[in-house]
Ligand binder design. Sequence first.
Ligand code: HEM
Length: 407
Amino acid sequence: MTEASLYDQILDFSNRANPWPLYEKLRSQPVWQESDGTFVVSTYREIYALMHDPRLSSDMTNLLPQFADRVPPAEGPHSFITTDPPRHDVLRRLAMRQFGPPHRPDLIDRLTPALSGIVTGLIDKIAEKQEVDLVDEVAYPFPVAVICHLLGVPPEDEPKFSAWVNPIVNALARPTPEQVQARDDARQQMSNYMFELAQRRRTEPGDDMISGYVTDDSPDGRLEGGDLFATLMLLLIAGHETTVNLITNGWLTLQRHPDVLERLRTEPRFAIRLVEELLRYEPSVHILPFRTAVSDIEIGDTTIRKGHPIAVMLASGNRDPECIPHADRFDPDRADNVHLSFAGGVHYCFGAPLARLEAQIALTQLAKRLHNPRLVADPPPYRPSPVLRGPIHLRVAYESILPAGNG
Ligand code: HEM
């Protein structure tokens, strides 16, 4: 039997709780070529350069035919995350118009009281208990409620999304045929739902993003048909799992560093630095698994060959001691935090301002209101995905829930 490569070991579920030693080994060489033809890039400088390299493609139709089965293309329209410029840029501009500056400059800022209100309500609900799963009670329902609110998805439809999002996320790295089928079924159902919702918003527009998309004529035209549905699906999925993982990985890290948790309870505005360091130290997105090259790319002694699959190891780059001093140390006071957790280049995360704010609010309120919290299991059980990595459950016991506004 041949020995599993480092990349195979990273994908293997048994290493999900602690992939860091494997990343360290991976960085002994900036680029590895797997026996299946995949190039794995793991060091900070090389990842950074690659993400700004116009030869790097997110469009999987640029893969050579022999790799087509490695990333079975989803049926239906593709969103801008899997599109290259110039098409990518037009779709992203259209999507961004309803989300941020300059068209809607204060959308996220205005949300702050509503976000705090949602978290307060979720924590109030667990006041009678002394042990909960933080994923189910806070970390998951919070970002889901927020993205649904922003888009204009009625709250009663929110539960449908977890049933659709899970199979899509589970098919992100080397999916089995069954996972591919489950993913395509989920996409189809979500797309049908979105079609009906967009129709409703056309006739009865509100202040939400979907209403904006279906009524706003921009210099680039209007988001329509398959592009509209693909964008909505992307926003729902991207706005879901990633932030859930940031909150749960964040809480786990705080429990493992009680001095930092104490600072969060007492120090105003500490959450801003803290969340930045959490993004670096325990990122939600570990791997960008779906990239290829439109022409050969030289990195050091290695040539990434045109049309081959490329896996970009963001989480490994975040711990690269060549660029980040004491990279394995969790230090919210570090002077220059240069993490890769929102990627970079043209695909830099669209939702970063929202994600940061959500995590700052959720972690601060939890820190202030959970009296004497402790982890029930450390490490906790993890979700299957090596790409979007985080606990599937995070059971926390506490003595009581303090009133909102405490401290
Ligand atoms: C902690 C939370 C989040 C993290 C760690 C995160 C991370 C990322 C990363 C790494 C990418 C690059 C993907 C690639 O290049 O293939 C990305 C792209 C994207 N993210 Fe986020 N994200 C987060 C939250 C959000 C939220 C809340 C939204 C929506 C409101 C969002 C929307 C998007 C979109 C639309 C893209 C595609 C951008 C493009 O292709 O131009 N993300 N995100």
